[in-house]
Design a protein around this ligand. Sequence first.
Ligand code: IVH
Length: 678
Amino acid sequence: MTKAEAEAKILKLREEINEHNYKYYVLAKPTISDYDFDILLNELIELEKAFPDLITPDSPSQRVGGEITKQFPTVQHRSRMMSLSNTYSQKELQDFLSRVEKGLSSEGIESSGYVAELKYDGIAVSLIYKNGMLVQGATRGDGAQGDDITANLKTIPTIPLRIRHTENDPLSERLNHAEFEVRGEVFMTKDDFEKLNSERDEDEQFQNPRNATAGTLKQQDSREVARRRLTMVAYYLDGDSLGDSTHFERLGMLAKLGFHTGKATRLCQTHDEIFFYLAQWEQDRDSLPYEIDGAVIKLNNVRHQRLLGATSKSPRWAIAYKFAARRTETVLNNVIFQVGRIGTITPVAELEPVKLSGSTVSRSTLHNLDEIHRLDVRIGDTVTIEKSGDVIPKVVSVFVEKRPENAAPIEAPKTCPSCGTTLIRPENEVNLYCPNEAECPAQIKGRLVHFAARNAMAIDHLGEAIIEQLITEKLIHDPGDLYKLRKDDLTPLERFAEKSAQNLIDAIDQSKSRSYDRVIFALGIRHVGLSTARTLSREFPSLGALKSATIEELSETEDIGETIAHSISEYFVKPYAIDTLKKLESAGLQFHANIVKSTVSQTFKDEIVVFTGSLESLGRDEAKELVEARGGKVTGSVSKKTTLVVAGESAGSKLEKAQKLGIKIIDEETFHGLIKNA
Ligand code: IVH
């Protein structure tokens, strides 16, 4: 391929990829499968590798991250990034509206309406575009200056690297040659937050999606940011060539340029419309996939906004209406101490059961001992608990005046509540730990739960209760024992019948095909989350290689610091780990990178497979993995190239199309048969 040809192809690919990105992330209406999207992106990456001087900063290939920032430079904002004043009552909001309208009428103007938006609970950022390209992204900082986090922000799919160009649209023509600023909120969905936490040690959990977002944006390695799936909603546009547009019109412009502007934004002409909007979202907030902490009411006319101006902290033309925090009072009956997988001791409050936003709460977290001291909470105290979003409720304050006379202070345990071993508190740490990692029942159970979890070995039918039962029956002690279980061990047990016993044995057996990186993660090595496990699987392609790596070799690996390196090398000399690994190896788990592809028979070689309808026993991702490991490709839509369609329950138009094209169609059971027989 000549350079000119490559350039033409690269430009075409970029345009296609940007368009698909926009359809997927902004419109939420994808027109191709993830698989086909990855093919396009890989093609672009390969071409750019061959012709590196054709790489541009706005290429979608740049979203995967890779840039390491040691220290984020400070940048000055074009104009102050102000915060909003808060109100908590309708009365205060009414006062705000009256103030605004009085302010305007003293200038002889009548209000031309408001815009109501959701108040996203994330981190505010500012983006600068020049000639249509993102050139700088920064945090709010102190409002006057913030941190330049451009490399990290570039990985966020809903932040356009180049604005979308609409043919014959004077606006995009103008903005393509101007400088403008976009502000918005970066956040993480509740699902992505849960997923991220499930990949981290118990003492490294983020407390809420907002903290997780803040922590992510401060990452030095932008590849890690890319992996964590942040998103952004834009709520502000300013620049020289915007004319006399209103705020609502500017949001429309932002949407045209390719930004996500939030679906719930409303133009309100009357106060009633504003109050209706607030009531509706206060009710429906849990239905959103992300957290909001209120709504924002803004004067729509930008010229009027400027007339009203701002105080030293916040604009006079906008206000945040905070929803009532979901909090309530109850009594703290007791505090128990839980032992986690890596031995962390966590205090848990046992509460007098109380109703809070739809559910009954009887337990809540107290985080750690420092938190208990900070709150000065005692047994018998009346406390306020608060729930934000779907996150576990927490104790936020204590009514000292309601304290009963005999209220007992909470004593830190000296010994492990699970095994009785004397606890330790490492220097500079807020947590107590149980050092008896080999034999502490709580840690043994914790390791097994982690091993079987969705994002680790994904062993179905092996939940916490079953694990507990199998431990009590002395059938298992570590993950290695799972693979020795036979059906006959299970059938005599309570809760097990012929069928359920077989299901569990099958599920354990299936887990043997989980990839090497998942195996590393499943071991539960301290500080080794899923992303570190992936890195390790790339750098050390077999468990043997990983085991014999020195601390120096480990810490030379990208993303692996001293702490992780020590933790890995300590793990492999622990007697219980050596024991477990021996059993896992002889069970035939994947101890090598990519081994799946070469040892599994290539049942689907050269097949192009489409799944349609709902599959009963498999997730889509899992089904895809199975096919790909066996030499096949999975695509999202049926075409002449499709060679096999797997039709699940209530398959629709894809099935019809396949029938028309005369493509081979099988049901889910047959699909399993093909996999098993091979
Ligand atoms: S407008 C001058 N709109 O709330 C107006 N802010 O205390 C600046 N926020 O720092 C902000 N959703 O982080 C605006 N729809 C929204 C918002 C929003 C969330 C955050 C933002 C800001 C803080 C204000």
